[in-house]
Design a protein around this ligand. Structure first.
Ligand code: KG4
Ligand code: ZN
Length: 358
């Protein structure tokens, strides 16, 4: 195997069109040569959420521009690429298909292997781009579509130990931002408003806090914010609500992470390094980072966050997952199809919907 591998990564699973060139060596070192992300926030903001057909159209319009830009910035040419990695799920099918078509076409053209990548695996391995992390590690994945605790035992062996039973934490942030009148429904706004608010003003519920292991629930919290927000008119109180919501999320994550650490140590009783990785868009929130940092210190865990630009959706993490697939002997497969649902732990039970036993 060549010493250094150069992979093109492509990501179009939701509302970000992204391409990146990443170089990786055999010892696990990575270098991002380019990381281009084109956001569709402006397109979707008037609808209050991502509109799949518009997202797909915007991906189609931007994909070749974004790929060309990534190649140019990296100062390599197509002939230097050793493989093409593209998100093939989970995500919006009409969006995934745009990236998949582009990735497969390039792979065919340059005659280099194609890897369809699980977006969640991209997030799960993303912290390893900036620093080497030994397996196993505990992962908290907090994004717009997913909220899960996983034991990352080794590459390709992922055991889910807890999950949300309703909304993802990022989704709750987005919805609360919308309720509080934010023009762009995004967690970043809540973080900003929180810095101006009193986190003790509103008392909000923390569903299943001491129930169901490290499974989580945010639907009841979101509804409580909705009901109490109806009575709020002034901006200061809205900031107080944002701060109270963020504080409640912090309290939930603190208790649930402590539980997840206990379960993780039960799975791996003899551990040299107790590593805890927090990844996904919500991991860019400073207050959440500080909260989990404090907890980790008290529990003897070494906490690792990917840099902020690798927390939110990007293609560097997809290129890196492609390199890892290649290095670990996973077969390249040009016939892989886009898939809306693709759990990282296929053995974990589906945990949403009525009749759920907690
Ligand atoms: O990982 P990501 O970019 O996309 C998914 O795979 O879902 O995560 C996006 C989510 C959104 O829900 C967004 O509101 C949330 O991450 N997010 C934040 C912050 N920045 C992004 N949530 C809270 N605080 C932030 N600073
Ligand atoms: Zn994501």
């Amino acid at each position: 195997m060549k010493k250094n591998l150069i992979f093109l990564g492509i990501e179009t699973s939701c509302d970000e069109t992204a391409a990146s060139i990443v170089m990786g060596d055999k010892s696990g070192n990575a270098k991002i040569l380019s990381n281009v992300v084109s956001s569709q926030i402006e397109i979707h903001k008037k609808f209050g959420g991502v509109v799949p057909n518009l997202a797909s159209k915007a991906h189609s319009e931007m994909i070749d521009i974004v790929i060309k830009r990534a190649i140019k910035k990296s100062k390599i040419s197509f002939k230097d690429i050793d493989g093409v990695a593209t998100t093939s799920g989970p995500g919006l099918l009409v969006c995934l298909m745009v990236g998949m078509t582009a990735g497969k076409t390039i792979s065919n053209f340059i005659k280099k292997p194609f890897y369809g990548i699980n977006h969640l695996e991209g997030h799960a391995l993303s912290a390893g781009i900036s620093q080497k992390i030994s397996y196993p590690y505990l992962l908290l994945l907090i994004s717009g579509g997913h909220t899960q605790f996983l034991s990352i035992n080794k590459f390709g062996d992922y055991k889910r130990i807890g999950t949300t039973i309703d909304d993802a934490v990022g989704e709750a942030f987005d919805k609360v931002a919308k309720m509080l009148g934010a023009e762009i429904p995004n967690g970043k706004i809540i973080e900003k408003m929180s810095s101006k608010g009193n986190s003790k003003k509103y008392n909000l519920p923390k569903p299943i806090l001491y129930k169901s292991g490290c499974n989580l629930s945010f639907a009841g919290l979101k509804t409580a914010v909705m009901l109490q927000t109806k009575k709020i008119k002034d901006y200061k109180s809205k900031c107080d609500m944002a701060a109270s919501f963020q504080e409640t999320i912090n309290q939930i994550l603190k208790i649930k992470t402590a539980k997840a650490m206990e379960i993780f140590l039960g799975l791996h009783p003899i551990l040299k390094h107790k590593n805890f990785v927090v990844a996904g868009g919500v991991a860019s929130n400073k207050s959440i980072r500080n909260n989990l940092l404090k907890l980790s210190k008290s529990k003897g865990f070494n906490i690792i966050f990917p840099p902020v630009k690798l927390c939110t959706d990007n293609a560097a993490m997809i290129a890196w997952a492609g390199i890892k697939n290649h290095q670990n002997g996973k077969r390249s497969n040009i016939n892989i199809e886009s898939t809306a649902r693709w759990p990282l732990d296929p053995k974990a039970p589906f945990m949403k919907g009525p009749g759920l036993k907690l």
